[in-house]
Design a binder for this molecule. Sequence first.
Ligand SMILES: Nc1nc2c(c(=O)[nH]1)N[C@H]1C(S)=C(S)[C@@H](COP(=O)(O)OP(=O)(O)OC[C@H]3O[C@@H](n4cnc5c(=O)[nH]c(N)nc54)[C@H](O)[C@@H]3O)O[C@H]1N2
Ligand SMILES: Nc1nc2c(c(=O)[nH]1)N[C@H]1C(S)=C(S)[C@@H](COP(=O)(O)OP(=O)(O)OC[C@H]3O[C@@H](n4cnc5c(=O)[nH]c(N)nc54)[C@H](O)[C@@H]3O)O[C@H]1N2
Ligand code: SF4
Ligand SMILES: [Mo]
Length: 728
Amino acid sequence: MTTQIIPGFCRCCPAACSILATVENGKAIKVTGDPDSPMFKGYTCAKGRALPEMHNDENRLLHCLKNDGNGNFVPIASQTAVAEIAAKLQDIIDRHGPRAVASYWGTGSVSCATGIYMLGAWSQAIKSPMVFTASAIDKPGANIALALHGNWVAGAQSFESSDTWIIVGANPIISRTSSVPSNNPGQEIKNALKRGMQLTVIDPRRTETAKRAQLHLQARAGEDPTLLAGILHILIEEDLCDAAFIRENVQGFDTLKDALASFTPDYVAARCGIAKKDLLKAARTFGNGKRGMVVCATGPSFSTHSNLTFYLALSINTLCGRWARAGDVATYPNALLPAYTPKAQPYAPYSAFGEVALRVNGLRQNASGMPTAALADEILLEGEGQVKALLCVGGNPLQAWPDQARTLAAMKKLDLLVAFDYQMSETARYADYIIAPPLSLEYPGTTQFIESIKYIGVSRGFEGAWAQYSPAAVAPPEGADVMDEREFFFRLAQEMGLQLEWTNFFGAGPHLEAPLEKLPLDMTSLPSTDDLLEIQCRNARIPLAEVKAHPHGLLRSDDVPRVQPRDADCDAFLQLADPLMMAELQQVLNEEHRRSQSNEKFPFTLLCRRDNNFMNSFGQRHRSLSRGRNFNPLGVNSADMEKLGVRDGGMVTVCSRHGEIRAIAEADDSLPPGTVSLSHGFGNAENDGDPREVGSPVTRLIGLDEYDPISGIPRMSALPVAIAAAGT
Ligand SMILES: Nc1nc2c(c(=O)[nH]1)N[C@H]1C(S)=C(S)[C@@H](COP(=O)(O)OP(=O)(O)OC[C@H]3O[C@@H](n4cnc5c(=O)[nH]c(N)nc54)[C@H](O)[C@@H]3O)O[C@H]1N2
Ligand SMILES: Nc1nc2c(c(=O)[nH]1)N[C@H]1C(S)=C(S)[C@@H](COP(=O)(O)OP(=O)(O)OC[C@H]3O[C@@H](n4cnc5c(=O)[nH]c(N)nc54)[C@H](O)[C@@H]3O)O[C@H]1N2
Ligand code: SF4
Ligand SMILES: [Mo]
């Protein structure tokens, strides 16, 4: 028997924790945190430690499958699948044009960064602009607000160096990848509090993160723009702004100030359902601090007005001058991305709108990408430009896209649905072909893609020059015929006679640091993953070879660029009073009447949340993660349970304007009365089973009638619902 311990990193979520895989006779039997990783110091979560179970799962798809037309799947050789799919796609393109072919990359695609680039290159080669990602139903407001506000060339101030921090609607202790550094967020928060950081959390639920903060504003869901406008109002009234910074870098101050006039502390506190003294304390603590950011995550992103919420958060940071200053060490110094010069100066606002128009809802490409929430309608709406084929890579629309009924109709309507998944996901069931991929321990990867997440919003990714290379720890199981996305899209291009150009589209863009580069690939032979990683990292600030020489990861604390002073000729400003945002702020004021009317039909408010042991819709089938509890409970305050006459673990119906589901209620006093919460990623699209066995599909409760005019994201949290006991 041979046993090896192979260092690498986990690719189940963008935290990318360093791991040690124990491999016995070619099989992964154990994954633990890597104590020798200078960044993660042994930290992992249960999902990462379940990687062997995921790889060795008896239900894992080890062969590609073809739907025989009656819902039965028969194995098909991967090369044959590629050839058949190529012929079908070519036929669709010939008859309807390239726009009829869309792709969607979900969170599972992140494991295979070379695949994402190859899919990008293939989409460009067929000239289809219809490339959609999960980002547009995650935090689209982060990128849209940056476009309207402008960015800061040197980036955010680091968590590490800050003495104040405000988290709006994130729970990093469970989600691990938002709002504070991802390398053991619980420990990062603990260390920060020890250093004296004043942490404020704005969340309707008393989350694991809120419990650790000095101040928790348990505000009403959906009132984040009001609350942040209130904080801005106080900062201006009490002169807690950085006047010098504003003079040099900011436009629109007076317009913003006028627009905030009605957001007085009394008004805001009453409307948000918080104590006025707590609101004042939050604003004063932040304003009197020296460094630190306001950061927003999925809570406000899903609760309407998300662009505005993200915009107001940026405005608070700007009013207080909370951007990296000349002489600071760069917060997000590139490692495997190309070198750049961080400068203490604004990057002027740019258009939030892209060129490609959709046919539905007046939506178009925007700073967050294509509006994924509208893709089901693009598939359903007949006529020129209709999407006929969908390549769904590591995504699960039936458990993630809003309006499950509409998504289901769309999946059924497609002429061709290809799902890339290692398991029979709810969406894969409706596919014409399923491409079975190798899993992350079976092929190499680097942290470069994760590094690029810093471009989504202002305060994400690795703080520090950190990089790791993960070799293949094991080969795919014997007899498997799996194909990764890199190989699939290369072979698809070969079959279709296309020339692919490798493009470094991550790390390039209006406010990003590296110029866009294109590199034609030799189409006669399939490049290996390692070949492509070399191409991807060819301009890396820290050479890939050097990173590879550090199997536990390389943290170059000694080699971090300092922020340079602004250019003498810099004439860019940050914008506090974008007209679209000012109009939306006014709209928020006008909505108050509607919101405050008690809603007799739907008296409860439903919140989003994350499950500690599952990553969206995956992990549920692994016993070490589910521990026999294979559902998503509906959290309900115990006083509400009593009023409803529901016992802990009892069945309830949850009903919104759009649909009805059954769920298992569990007492949860981290929620205030009248507020319930349910994670997504569960439940069938048809033929509901027992919610105790399959969970409850929250996406069925979400409609598409109330959507953001730029990103198209609909209300997915702060959702009015009715709850009733359902007997068993
Ligand atoms: N109601 C509601 N809706 C939501 C959310 C919410 O909180 N509430 N959250 C939103 C957010 S933030 C997001 S990001 C989206 C997520 O939307 P999606 O990304 O579409 O959904 P996931 O459930 O993450 O799907 C990931 C899929 O990838 C597969 N997979 C896992 N690993 C691999 C791999 O290595 N290779 C391949 N090929 N496949 C793999 C999994 O089996 C799974 O089927 O959902 C959004 N929708
Ligand atoms: N364990 C685990 N980790 C994950 C995932 C997972 O499924 N499980 N998913 C991954 C993905 S795809 C993502 S995008 C990230 C998400 O990471 P986060 O954005 O941190 O997601 P949550 O932990 O759900 O935190 C969102 C919080 O917003 C609150 N909230 C809901 N509505 C509102 C509102 O209107 N206003 C305010 N202020 N708060 C509100 C909720 O109560 C919740 O505590 O997590 C990633 N990490
Ligand atoms: S937090 Fe968990 S799932 Fe995410 S990378 Fe780390 S070990 Fe993997
Ligand atoms: Mo997400």
